[in-house]
Ligand binder design. Structure first.
Ligand SMILES: [Zn+2]
Length: 430
């Protein structure tokens, strides 16, 4: 009996490789079981299920393609490529926590993004053949999917990665998952670190790169002789997500040109960024954002923190440390919306005091006299629907973008400038 059960599962596996995502494993298994229950022999049942779910017309074998030929919607692909980059992601799929891997795979024709739906032990630099992969569309290009039904095996070939015309980006438009990026910017900071990669000690140069549109963290895995304050053009870089913000990565395959140009520090990232860009761009470093406060989230106002782990606690109980004596704190969690997108801005005690023009002690007194609702009411009244400008690091996760606010101001309508503008308008029309 156990044998038959295993047979059923392996047949379902086999059948699944011939079918698209539209058909669930459960459907296939149920149908196959029905045929078997009626006494249909295994092999015939297999054929019947394949026919039933429309795989009869699908090509029997795999289609071997070069990466440049891969199109969104391609199935049963066989490709050989080199893993250029790979990183682990924790995602939620239909309410279930899963670990997947995203990265870039390249051959001599193209470098494509990929998603591996389980851990195949892939490492950067591995050359592998994928049998039965499929492609979907992502950001206007094909993305390879390495699924449970894909056979991954090492390939004994050397791959000269495709030389492609790099795509030019402004710093603010760099989002995680891009390859062959070209970007120009000023080295705002530079730090040399020693790290261990696969047992080897390597030097990495990190810091911030900026242009008038924004700033980004970079990681250079090669000594390009970078200097602070110089303007460089990097070609052949790629991007990934690092601690909730995009990161620019370049190694010895990239080229770094030192430009005889200056970008004044006061011209870097001085203008507010539309919030859809912040959200779609996967967060960012030191961004200026403007919008209206559309919600003050619960957990704003006077709160208590655990003295051991600093988590916000409720009724003197920390989820980690149990019963503790809470430390008072003040904060605001405000949803800021500019009509194109929304972020959650977290204002710490100092920022909250600055915004509200009151101290935490003022609010503790108010809470003792009139209850904590009085504090919440004041925050609501001052901020709700009010335009605000916040600056800080925008961190992206599956739930959205959270801004750790470093500076915040309420935007007051500039009455003098407005009347001047109206006067000028009148003069022009006269
Ligand atoms: Zn705690």
């Amino acid at each position: 009996m156990a044998d038959e059960k295993e047979d059923v599962d392996s047949i379902v596996d086999d059948v699944m490789t011939s079918l698209g995502d539209e058909v669930s494993r459960d459907q296939v298994k149920k149908k196959l079981q029905t045929f078997l229950d009626y006494g249909v022999p295994l092999d015939q049942a297999r054929q019947a299920v394949l026919k039933k779910f429309g795989a009869g017309s699908a090509p029997a074998g795999l289609t071997t393609k070069k990466l440049a030929e891969v199109q969104p919607g391609d199935r049963r692909l066989q490709v050989t490529g080199k893993i250029v980059a790979i990183e682990k992601w924790d995602v939620e799929v239909r309410g279930e926590q899963r670990t997947i891997f995203r990265g870039l795979i390249g051959d001599d024709t193209e470098v494509l993004p990929f998603t591996a739906w389980k851990d195949f032990g892939l490492q950067s630099g591995d050359v592998v053949t994928l049998k039965n992969a499929y492609a979907n569309e992502w950001s206007g290009q094909a993305r390879l999917n390495i699924s449970e039904w894909t056979e991954v095996s090492p390939a004994e070939v050397s791959i000269q990665l495709a030389e492609r015309t790099p795509q030019r980006f402004k710093v603010i438009d760099l989002r995680p998952g891009l390859s062959n990026v070209e970007v120009k910017g000023k080295v705002l900071s530079l730090e040399e670190r020693e790290v261990t990669v696969d047992g080897d000690s390597k030097k990495v140069y990190t810091g911030l790169l900026g242009d008038p549109s924004g700033k980004i963290q970079y990681n250079a895995w090669h000594d390009f002789g970078l200097q602070e304050n110089e303007v460089i053009q990097v070609s052949g870089a790629y991007t990934k997500s690092w601690r909730g913000t995009p990161q620019l990565v370049f190694d010895e395959r990239a080229t770094v040109k030192k430009l005889d140009e200056k970008i004044a520090t006061e011209d870097i990232a001085q203008r507010p960024v539309s919030l859809y860009k912040v959200v779609e761009g996967g967060g960012g470093v030191d961004i200026i954002m403007e919008g209206s406060v559309i919600e003050i989230q619960s957990g704003s106002g006077l709160i208590e923190r655990c003295p051991q782990c600093n988590r916000a606690i409720r009724d003197g109980i920390c989820v980690i440390d149990g019963e503790v004596t809470g430390q008072p704190d003040l904060r605001i969690k405000a949803v800021v919306d500019d009509g194109t997108g929304a972020v959650t801005a977290i204002l710490d005690r100092e920022m909250t005091e600055q915004m509200m023009e009151k101290t935490m002690e003022d609010y503790r007194r108010l809470a003792r006299e009139q209850g904590e609702e009085a504090v919440d009411r004041e925050i609501q009244q001052r901020l709700m629907a009010h335009p605000i400008r916040v600056t800080g690091n925008a961190l992206a996760d599956d739930y959205g973008v959270t801004v750790i606010v470093r500076d915040a101001t309420l935007i007051m309508p500039d009455i003098a400038a407005e009347s001047q503008r109206l006067l000028e308008e009148l003069e022009v029309t006269e």
